[in-house]
Design a protein around this ligand. Structure first.
Ligand SMILES: NC(=O)c1ccc[n+]([C@@H]2O[C@H](COP(=O)([O-])OP(=O)(O)OC[C@H]3O[C@@H](n4cnc5c(N)ncnc54)[C@H](OP(=O)(O)O)[C@@H]3O)[C@@H](O)[C@H]2O)c1
Length: 332
């Protein structure tokens, strides 16, 4: 079996990626071959191909860290899935191709009410947001959640999940237009931080001076250094990512005087250590999807060969919601 693959033959920008025909190996013991229909792209894919992410594969490799498709073949000893099952999964990289060979214990069965397209659009972003808000922050109904980067992938998912968990969600983005896009995901109020240093004042104003019980921050940089000062008494500041490129410095007197916590979120490691908990999280996310309660937004679905253009849009911050690639597998 062979298929197309988007490949990074040398570290660099999206334009350095190539489309190649590659052979699909037979699955080894405990492995499955999945005919990929949709690949979900994420900001970190742009960092991995540039060699600036903590995950540093050696070229040649494929970018793309989440996919949905149909099991085409199973290796020796695999009982959890069968050929024909629809599944989704995530890997650190390697998914932007017509077929992937992955460990069977890393794929999740898709219920009939969730399409491949939906699954590839929500798996990483919604699982990250859910893990951050439920396991790491312990967000409770009625609490106030401030989301930075709320028009982006994990940010918009955090707005949606926060709303579904019963929080009052205030959504921040770099421009008023991008902040307004977060309203679609159910934000109760929005704000923009044209000047990142204003984030503290604005969040305080929107919370009657109290500050936010939970801040979800995938942006980092100057906006983080301001927003961390807008955490309420007993609040939790979730460190999710540094999409702005800057790792913020936070003075430790801030959590002290607020009785607050600065909480790290590392979803990939959480999944590695507690797969069963991730499956439970995903179950609830898929239930919401099946009941039509998610408000995720698909920015675009481009053919696999348009991968370089898609990753350029992500790198330049032009994507609102999720950008998908359509690979060659049948779409369920
Ligand atoms: N901790 C974890 O487990 C985990 C899991 C998944 C992702 N992440 C991380 O979360 C971050 C976001 O990922 P994503 O997939 O949501 O990316 P994304 O869709 O590109 O969204 C990133 C957001 O960051 C903001 N941003 C980007 N560059 C900026 C800049 N120079 N200044 C200010 N804001 C900027 C943008 O906000 P605006 O819309 O306001 O412009 C954008 O919407 C990444 O760093 C990623 O690695 C972490």
């Amino acid at each position: 079996m062979s298929g197309r693959a988007l490949v990074c033959t040398r570290l660099g920008g999206p334009e350095d990626l190539e489309l190649a025909d590659v052979a699909t190996p037979e699955p080894g013991p405990g492995e499955v071959v999945v005919a990929v229909s949709h690949v979900g792209l994420n900001f970190h894919d742009t960092l991995i191909i540039a060699g600036t992410h903590v995950v540093k594969p050696e070229p040649v490799f494929s970018p793309g860290s989440e996919y949905a498709g149909t099991v085409a073949a199973v290796g020796e000893g695999v009982l959890s899935v069968r050929p024909g099952d629809r599944v989704a999964g995530n890997e650190e990289f390697g998914c932007a191709r017509d077929a992937v060979v992955v460990r069977a214990d890393r794929v999740s069965l898709l219920p009939a009410h969730v399409t491949d397209r939906q699954a590839a659009a929500i798996l990483v972003a919604y699982s990250t947001a859910y893990h951050a808000l439920v396991q790491r922050a312990g967000l409770r109904a009625g609490e106030t959640l401030a989301v930075l980067g709320a028009a982006g992938g994990v940010g918009s998912a955090a707005v949606d999940v926060g709303r579904l968990l019963g929080a009052r969600v205030i959504a921040g983005a770099s421009t008023p237009e991008r902040a307004e896009a977060a309203r679609r995901h159910g934000a109760h109020a929005t704000f923009s931080y044209d000047d990142p240093r204003d984030a503290k004042t604005t969040i305080k104003e929107l919370t009657g001076g109290e500050g936010a019980d939970v801040v979800f921050d995938p942006v980092g940089g100057a906006v983080a250094e301001s927003a961390v000062r807008a955490v309420a008494w007993g609040g939790r500041y979730l460190v999710v990512g540094f999409a702005s490129g800057g790792i913020p410095r936070v003075a430790l007197n801030i959590p002290l005087v607020k009785g607050a916590s600065v909480v790290g979120v590392f979803w990939g490691e959480f999944v590695r250590r507690d797969r069963a908990a991730q499956e439970r999280n995903l179950h609830e996310i898929f239930d919401w999807a099946g009941a039509g309660r998610l408000r995720h937004h698909i920015h675009d679905v481009l053919p696999l060969e348009e991968g370089p253009r898609a990753l350029r849009e992500l790198a330049d911050g032009r994507v609102r919601g999720k950008l998908l690639l359509r690979a060659g597998g049948p779409a369920g």
